[in-house]
Ligand binder design. Structure first.
Ligand code: APR
Length: 264
């Protein structure tokens, strides 16, 4: 049987995970490529195809929240492509493998840059969605979040039932500060982490890209899963050149084997 060259790294990665005290995962758009959602950068990336969006999305929202809501409800160009794929997407084996690692008590937290709700749909619960969740709506004053279907859009912009503030999609726009609650959670989890699984991210967008660097600086181990090299590759103890939907189930299964054999 022909084994892919990357499979030999699964054992090494699994041993690191099984030995670790506090495992955290950081995921990006690459996790959802096998669910039909394009990445942003690299081959087939939305920004690669259409160019990076303006970096002042949030300032434009604040200047005209009604207009921004009209655009959101009737998106055009790359955003239309993104929203359409989001609505159709289902979790893939990569999402489910991370949920299984949480379920067996190995994975303590999953920090995702993805707004696609697929980790939650796969069963992950200890989740920090650092760029928000497209199914939620958030108040820009008090930070209260609401399920999208619970907010009436008869009047735009919709207003917060708790404080009267303007409501916005929970997804974090370029130029918008990361909401304090989720940022605090991410820093705390990264601070405790001694082994980080970094899957499907180019690790170029901050503050998310800082977390694995901080783990490494404190002597922790990084395990990368990405078909292509990234900014982070040189810092990783193990870097697996494979699609997340193939490598993560193997990693999760191998960790479970090691735990059953008492190696953790
Ligand atoms: N499995 C794993 N990784 C993959 C796969 C796959 N099947 N396919 C592609 N990748 C990798 C690419 O090689 C790339 O390194 O996923 C990475 C995706 O990188 P980006 O498109 O830059 O996505 P991400 O790192 O999540 O971007 C961060 O930038 O545009 C903003 O807000 C947006 O959250 C996003 C942030």
């Amino acid at each position: 049987m022909v084994t892919a060259s990357w499979e030999s790294f699964i054992d090494e990665a699994a041993a690191l995970v099984a030995r670790a005290r506090y495992v955290v995962a950081l995921t990006g758009a690459g996790l959802s490529v096998e669910s039909g959602i394009p990445p942003f950068r690299g081959p087939g990336g939305l920004w690669t195809k259409h160019g990076e969006p303006p970096m002042n999305g949030y300032q434009r929202f604040l200047a005209d929240p009604q207009g921004a809501w009209r655009e959101r409800l009737n998106p055009s160009g790359p955003m239309r492509e993104l929203w359409e794929t989001l609505q159709r997407a289902q979790p893939n084996p990569g999402h489910r493998a991370l949920a299984a690692l949480e379920e067996c008590g190995v994975l303590r937290c999953l920090i995702t840059q993805n707004v696609d709700d697929l980790h939650r749909a796969a069963g992950s619960r200890r989740l920090a969605e650092i760029h928000g969740n497209y199914t939620l709506i958030r108040c820009i004053e008090c930070g209260q979040r609401y399920p999208g279907e619970a907010v009436s859009l008869d009047e735009l912009p919709p207003r917060c039932a708790a404080c009267g503030g303007i409501l916005k999609s929970d997804t974090v726009s370029f130029g918008e500060p990361i909401p304090a609650d989720v940022l605090q959670q991410c820093f705390e989890e990264a601070e405790r982490c001694d082994c980080m699984i970094v899957a499907g991210t180019s690790a170029t967008v901050y503050p998310a890209a800082q977390f694995p660097i901080s783990v490494r600086e404190r002597g922790g181990a990084l395990i990368e899963i990405n078909p292509y090299e990234s900014e982070l590759t040189p810092l990783c103890a193990v870097s697996i050149r494979a699609p997340a939907g193939e490598a993560l189930p193997r990693l999760s299964a191998r960790v479970a084997e090691l735990r059953r054999a008492g190696h953790a």
